[in-house]
Design a binder for this molecule. Structure first.
Ligand code: ADP
Ligand code: MG
Length: 366
């Protein structure tokens, strides 16, 4: 089911009526295509949970509308929206077995929708098999690992065959290995069921790896949306460029003179069509070519082995961070005793931004 968020704003009133109140979500418009997995990505406090709560009906928008398909659901009570929700802390009932936790939402069905015991068991078995916990049905949540508990929570969210699945940082309580494994499971379950899913995370790598579309937000506002690779390759502004990618993009104070990019005294790249003046230059780690003819000079700090690639860690006074991180092929490792490294740059891995606003400045044909 397609979901439309139309100019959503949520302002929490001030405590005791004093002060300004908190604008958690601001004029947010977005369409989630049917059957896709969308990751809502942003730093802590940017309004992700508030957004999910409005979509599932736990919070009422201050302004704006929410559509499921063509239906305006803005004023529809949560229980009638047909939404499954999974939280970070699993929120299972500790005294109930896994089986009873999973069928719990079916107990509220009334009238024509009411299910017999056998029908409930059939539903529970089906979702348990989907998330692969069939053998755990008689245990209590306390007897399960975190990853298993989260699978139970996902099964419970799916048992009513929701029109929409919402997941609020579902992997945050898992250790690194389980996080990886469970995120692949979520991708598989979403593909198998085809249920439209919104997955909230502050972890850019998680968002990029799992989703069809990422939506980057900050301070309650949408900054950019698109396929993960497209957003990474073509960031709309400095915030998005810095938020996506590990190692992070390297940020330099720079300037443009006669359509060439200068970092300190170094002439580093042609930037056709850009006006003279101060700019911020972001260079992705994979944008450096270690080359003795290269224009950008840095002082070598160390070389880190990453397997097939190496990371040359160096220093440059114009760089915002203490070190510049480049990733290059391990065959091109600097010789022992080298003190200064020079780089050519890959133009499509260099992004320029306005120093005041962080808006992207495009150059060449891009
Ligand atoms: P995220 O999930 O991205 O970390 P939230 O949606 O939880 O962010 O919060 C967004 C902003 O709204 C934060 O500044 C938070 O403090 C504020 N906020 C969230 N819920 C409430 C509430 N019930 N009352 C007042 N402020 C709230
Ligand atoms: Mg949250």
């Amino acid at each position: 089911m397609k979901v439309v968020l139309d100019s959503l704003t949520k302002i929490f009133p001030p405590r005791m009526g004093k002060g300004e109140g908190v604008t958690a979500v601001k004029d947010f418009t977005f369409m989630i295509p049917d059957g896709t997995l969308v990751a809502l990505l942003g730093p802590s406090g940017c309004g992700k949970s508030t957004m999910l709560n409005m979509i599932c009906g736990l919070e009422k928008p201050t302004e704006g509308k929410i559509f499921f398909g063509d239906d305006d659901v803005t004023d529809l009570p949560s229980e009638n929206r047909g939404v499954g929700m999974v939280f970070q802390n699993y929120a299972l009932y500790p005294h109930m077995t896994v089986y009873n936790n999973i069928i719990f939402p079916l107990g509220n069905l009334k009238g024509k929708e009411k299910l017999t015991k056998e029908q409930m068991k059939e539903r529970a078995d089906k979702v348990a098999s989907l998330v692969q916990i069939e053998q755990l049905m008689q245990r209590k949540p306390g007897e399960l690992s975190g990853g298993q508990q989260q699978r139970v929570a996902i099964a419970r969210a799916l048992v009513k065959t929701p029109r929409l699945l919402l997941m609020d940082e579902p992997l945050s309580n898992l250790d690194a290995r389980l996080r990886l494994q469970t995120r692949e499971e979520i991708r598989r379950i979403q593909r198998e069921t085809g249920v439209t899913t919104i997955f909230v995370t502050h972890d850019q790598e998680e968002a990029m790896s799992i989703s069809d579309v990422i939506v980057v937000m900050k301070d309650g506002e949408l900054h950019q949306s698109g396929k993960p690779q497209e957003v990474y390759d073509d960031p709309a502004n400095l915030f998005v460029a810095k938020f996506l990618g590990t190692p992070a993009i390297n940020i330099f104070e720079a300037r443009v003179e006669k359509e060439t990019l200068k970092i300190g005294e170094d002439t580093v790249l042609n930037v056709p069509g850009v006006r003279d003046g101060a700019v911020i230059a972001g260079i992705r780690p994979e944008g450096f070519i270690y080359d003795k003819e290269g224009g950008l000079k840095c002082e070598l700090d160390r070389v880190e082995v990453m397997g097939r690639d190496i990371s040359i860690v160096s220093k440059n006074p114009a760089c915002e961070a203490p070190v510049v991180r480049s990733i290059i092929d391990s065959d091109e490792r600097p010789k022992d005793g080298v003190k200064t490294v020079t780089f050519k740059l890959r133009p499509n891995k260099v992004h320029l931004f306005e120093p005041e606003t962080g808006a992207r400045i495009r150059f060449g044909r891009r």
